[in-house]
Every structure is written in C-alpha cells, then in structure tokens.
Ligand binder design. Structure first.
Ligand code: NIG
Ligand code: FE
Length: 428
C-alpha cells in the first residue's frame, strides 16, 4: 500500500544535513547540520518532495488542493533529523550471551572468553539449529526496536552460522525480516567472522569455503550487497582478508571489514579494493590515518562495544576527524560485545568518550552512515528526491539527543514515508 502523504510542520529544529560539498563529510564539514527553524517537510510516495519553512510549505499549490489527503503532524517543540543510518549490526543471532557477560564482570576479557569456548563460536550452535523463521523473528524484533529509536536504515550481517547452509539461512532470514519492515536493510555476508570449531587449525580451508561457496551463492541469489571480514587476532589474517576481498570483488559485492579492534593491521594495502568502510579502528596506525584521509573509505566507529566490554579506551575519533578521515557511528548491535540497538546511546558515548561534538556525532550517524553503505544518493539527509526517512525527537535542541544519556525521547519515525508512532504517548 503506498504510504499516505505526510507533512511535518512547525518543526522547532529541522536538521537537514544538506551540503554542496561532494563525498563523505570530513573535518569541519562534519559540524554542519544545516538547521532550519520552524521547518516543514512534505513526503509523497515514500520520498521527500519539499523542505523549507512552514509558511512556505503551507502556500504550496499542490498542498492547498490536497490538504485533506495529507497526514499533517505538528512538530512544535520537536527536533527532526534524517533517520539514523546504522551501518554496522549483527542481528542474526538467537540467544543472548549471558554467560560471557557474567564472566566478563568477574574479570575475564573478551579474548579470554573466546579462547575458553565462549565468544562468537558459542552463538553458532543455536543459529545452526534454528529455523529461518526463528532467526527472521529475532532480526525483525531488533529492526523494530531500532525504528522506535529513530533508525531507518540498518546494515545487517550474517556471521553466526559459519557453514554454507547456516550463513545462507541467516541471509535469507535477514531478507524475510526486511520484507516485513518499512525501513531499509542492507544485507552483508560475514561468513569470515571467526573460524568455526570444525575448521580449527585449518583456516585456509575455511576461507576456501567462504570464497568458493558462500560468496558465489550469496552473490548469485542477491542475498548480500556487502562482504565483511573480521581481520584481527583470533579471527582472520590480513592475507586471508585479501583473498576474501579479491573473491568478493570478482562477484560484484561491495566490501567492508572489522579491523584494528584488538590489534593493529596495516590498512593502506587494502585501499586499492576501495572498501566502503573499515570498522572499529581502535588500533589504527598514524600512517594509515594519513592515507585514509585521501580516500572515501569511511571509518565506522562502534563505541557501544568499548562501553559494553568495559574498556578504558575508545576509538580515536578526534585523531581521525582532525586528520580528515570521514567517520560514521553505528551500534554494532550483537550478543557478545554490544547488545544495544540505540543510536542515541551511541551518540552519547561518542560525545563523552570520543570527544565528538553533538553536531559531529549526528552527522556521523546519518549522512556518513549513508556514505559508509554507499547509499548517500538516497539516505542520510533531508532533501527533495531522497527517501522519506525521518526521526523526530521530543526535545527542543538537537544537543539534547546525546545529552539525555540512555533516555528515549524519540517521538516518531518515518521510514520510506511510513509513519511509526505518531505521538509519544501512543508509542509504548
Ligand atoms: O563487532 N568483532 C567481531 N564481531 C563483533 C562481536 C561479535 C560477537 O562477539 O558476537 C564486533 O564486536
Ligand atoms: Fe561488529
């Protein structure tokens, strides 16, 4: 059913994120939100058709004729921004990892837990035994929670199946969930998350399986747009990442990778693959930062993982931004290191622990998230022609979104023209 036309009026602060500068936002550009006061946005057929001041919007001849057909929402006292683009999530899991959680509280590290049989591998059995429908239901509930918190585009990885069958089933589950959600889902094959138990000591053989079976099937059936690799201590080597990147590119899939989360990996040699994003980046080298500043690969930072793992240090956002690297922010929603679906919470972490300003954090979570998914033509800013993806918050200043830590001030969300919520009191 086509979405009803929606008109938002009297918006106290409308953060359009428009810019005439091409490419992902870097340096000072990340602070430019392009705010309109008393703003209005008209959405038709799932697209944004006009953006401006309320008084101008109400004078529009089309609107004058069709006002009765339009769902008009008074946004006085609210902030409206582009829906968050959460460019890094792992929703295809079945059970939370509560034992890992308790072990960590008792003093074990993420890597120690993984070495002792916990970690990513311990999520695999449940995914292998689950039906596609069960996994899809879990993914859908995560997507719904994200939408209530203002997220309208979600990158969703497989990565807890670690066999051809279970990885493909996870991608099918992501597709099934996406079909029942009004927002936009970008599926990613993360077959190379870790080496599964049955391939222990034979990682080359597992990489062959990823390259000879998982990637070709995912590409042929259009189940994934991206291929991701966890390249780090305890996961895959730089050489293995190169093999996987080469194969993924041959199959026409776009590239992203988990890098420098636990240890350093030299990134410059991989820029020739033009990855859309390098994620985590806690241990990125200075010389790679200089190189990244000259490319369009986005550094997607996921401070939810640092927070949940209780780490003293956070990704070096200031070094990256000040050097001119485009930075985005994402939840890394997953059962082991970051069980949060909340972009507003991630914004708070980015401001407090990574010293990003509220404006930088908001741009990183919207337009640069869109760049990180190569979707900036359609997502990440409020401009005529772009998808009608909007997040409204019941606050009067955008800085309150990261300021009210772990709060839920989202008022309603518009996902490709479809309204979720409508009034704060209807929400819960
Ligand atoms: O991004 N680092 C690898 N992958 C996830 C963790 C997944 C898990 O522990 O289940 C991450 O932090
Ligand atoms: Fe991750």
């Amino acid at each position: 059913m086509p979405a009803q036309p929606v008109l938002l009026v009297r918006i106290r602060q409308l953060l359009t994120l428009r810019s005439s500068v091409p490419g992902p936002r870097r340096g000072r550009q990340l602070q430019e939100l392009d705010i309109l006061e008393d703003g209005a946005v008209l959405c038709l057929g799932g697209k944004i058709v006009s953006v401006g001041k309320t008084k101008d919007a109400l004078r529009d001849p089309w609107l004058k004729k069709n006002r009765k057909k339009v769902l008009e929402i008074d946004c006085s006292g609210k902030v409206v921004l582009p829906g968050f683009v959460d460019a890094h999530t792992h929703p295809a899991f079945v059970v939370p990892r509560l034992v890992d959680f308790e072990k960590r509280i008792a003093g074990a590290s993420y890597e120690e837990i993984a070495e002792a049989g916990g970690g990513i591998r311990s999520s695999v059995q449940a995914v292998r035994s689950a039906s596609k429908q069960e996994i899809a239901a879990k993914v859908l509930s995560a997507l719904q929670e994200m939408a209530w918190l203002g997220t309208t585009t979600v990158e969703a990885k497989s990565g807890y199946g670690l066999s051809v069958e279970a990885e493909i089933k996870s991608l099918e589950a992501i597709r099934a969930a996406a079909a029942r959600w009004p927002g936009t889902v970008v599926p990613t094959l993360l077959g190379a998350h870790v080496v599964p138990k049955e391939f222990q000591g034979r990682s080359q053989k597992y990489v062959e399986l990823v390259c000879q079976e998982m990637i070709p099937q995912a590409a042929r059936r259009k189940l994934a747009q991206f291929v991701d690799v966890f390249c780090d201590r305890g996961a895959f080597s730089a050489g293995e990442m190169e093999t996987i990147f080469t194969c993924a590119r041959e199959h026409g899939l776009k590239l992203r990778a988990h890098v420098c989360q636990l240890s350093e990996t030299g990134l410059a040699p991989f820029l020739r693959f033009q990855p859309a994003s390098f994620d985590h980046m806690d241990h990125v080298r200075d010389e790679d930062i200089r190189e990244l500043a000259r490319h369009d690969t986005v550094a997607t930072l996921v401070p939810g993982a640092n927070h949940f793992l209780g780490l003293p240090d956070y990704p070096p956002a200031r070094r990256l931004i000040d050097a001119g690297v485009p930075v985005s922010l994402a939840t890394d929603f997953n059962p082991g290191s970051s069980p949060t679906a909340s972009m507003p919470f991630v914004l708070s972490l980015a401001c407090t622990h990574m010293k990003m300003s509220p404006a930088e954090a908001l741009a990183a979570a919207t337009i640069n998230g869109a760049w990180s998914l190569r979707l900036a033509e359609r997502k990440g800013s409020i401009e005529p022609g772009k998808d009608a993806d909007l997040a409204a918050f019941a606050v009067s200043d955008y800085r309150e979104i990261p300021y009210w830590v772990a709060a839920d001030h989202s008022a309603f969300t518009v996902l490709q023209g479809a309204l979720l919520g409508g009034a704060r009191q209807e929400k819960h």
